[in-house]
Design a protein around this ligand. Sequence first.
Ligand code: FRU
Length: 532
Amino acid sequence: MKKLIIQSVLLSLIAISCLDTSKKELLQSQMPSEIDEESLYRPNYHFTPKVGWMNDPNGMFYYNGYYHLFFQHYPDGNKWGPMHWGHAITTDLVHWKEMPIALYPDEKGYIFSGSTVIDFENKSGLGKDGQTPIVAFFTYHNPKLEKTESTELQTQGMAYSVDEGITWTKFENNPVVNNPGIRDFRDPKVSWDEASDQFVMTLAAGQKIMFYGSKNLKEWSFLSDFGDGVGNHGGVWECPDLFPIKVEGTEDTKYVLLVSINPGGPNGGSATQYFIGDFVGGKFIIDAKLAGKLPSDHNYWVDFGKDNYAGVTWSNASLKDGAKLFIGWMSNWQYANEVPTQKWRSASTIPRELRLIDLGDDYRLTFQPTKNIKEFYAAKLKKEVLKVDEKAVKVFDSKNIPLTSTKLSFTLKEAKNSSFITELRNEVGDTLKFGFDHLNQTFFIDRSLAGKTEFSNEFSSKKSIAPRISNNEDLKVTALLDKTSLELFYDDGTTVMTEIFFLNQPFSELWMKSKKGQINLNSIEVHELKIN
Ligand code: FRU
């Protein structure tokens, strides 16, 4: 093997020496960093575009065995630019195949975020000869009008596919929804609403949500708006989602309204808040259990970490128990354009199962990683009980299980009196810490010493903090690690924290300690996720 590597290095050196000087310099400057970047930072099981910029997930739908993901994409640069819809598919939510670009910008503007709906009954008439049209809604963002005072810069466009989402035709009478005089007017999420017997479009408009209704997807009329005086208003509202969902363990159904906001997140920058209620007569009404609980500093957040934004749910993909499938963009507008990768920028979160639980006097969303990852469990380590105090102990290292594609879970006994701190370390001193502080009943992530941080002042100047929502006696912890991300699901996903990091070399050890006194960690399980 060594011989082979030496041979190939020699060959490439000979090849370089035959090139003219300028090309040589270019190649030499690219080679080592590109190799490092791929091996150090390209995630093992999170979606990234092969090249170029990515932000929000868009228009996800499930059809005929394939989960489709579209995404905000600028293929010609590694910073945000003229937006396209990139496209990727998967059959298992773990292996992704990037497809040709689905939607290109045109004379009406860039193609901003939006959604797709499968028009099973061909109510739009866009399907010919029995084809089922898949209809996409997106925001046209006109870069010329952006420079003026005009409020016409954002309108809603439509496109459709009659080959199961592979190729797309823009509708000839775009836009389908004109701008009512609001500069930020975007991110249409369209779904069929059984209860009101119509398609509903949920739109972000300034700092509120506007609902529109339609019978045929082509003509839309305004229904109502929502958002005055409720929830966080620290920034512009973006990328909403509205859907009914079964309350776990009951026959009741409630509506969930997700609203991304930038800035205004609980730990700075971008984040996604949620509201639970009913959608009656075209109006969203907050449930009585949440009344008064949603001032601007509320704690109804999809994720308290800094890196889960603009997430929405898949169309046509409910699980057997009624759970919905969700995916987010794993970055934050505070530094997304600056993170230290060159060839591509950003990854998506792991697809997550979203459920609604009733806590008696409250409703909460829970998020858990797709169960499909179990199919990829390889090397495994199990410990029934581990007693730990303030002196850190090494739980395992990369000789047993790699720390670049890993699922860790354990239970902290008696969370009222016990704190824990987990430290991920490598040989060059990079350290990422996360844990739980029982005195404040809060979780934290501290990435200030986890490799490269200097590209942005906002990246690690403060630890991220999240409240514990559950009152359970024991605290269940699930952590997913990839090369550049940590996703933490506490109390079966009642509190979630997602953050990215950029190490100088991969983590090689996982250590545990308590903040004070002895703690009991039970049912420790570590799995390598073997994803080829
Ligand atoms: C959210 C967002 C959307 C917009 C898109 C543009 O991250 O600002 O509101 O449609 O990104 O890329």
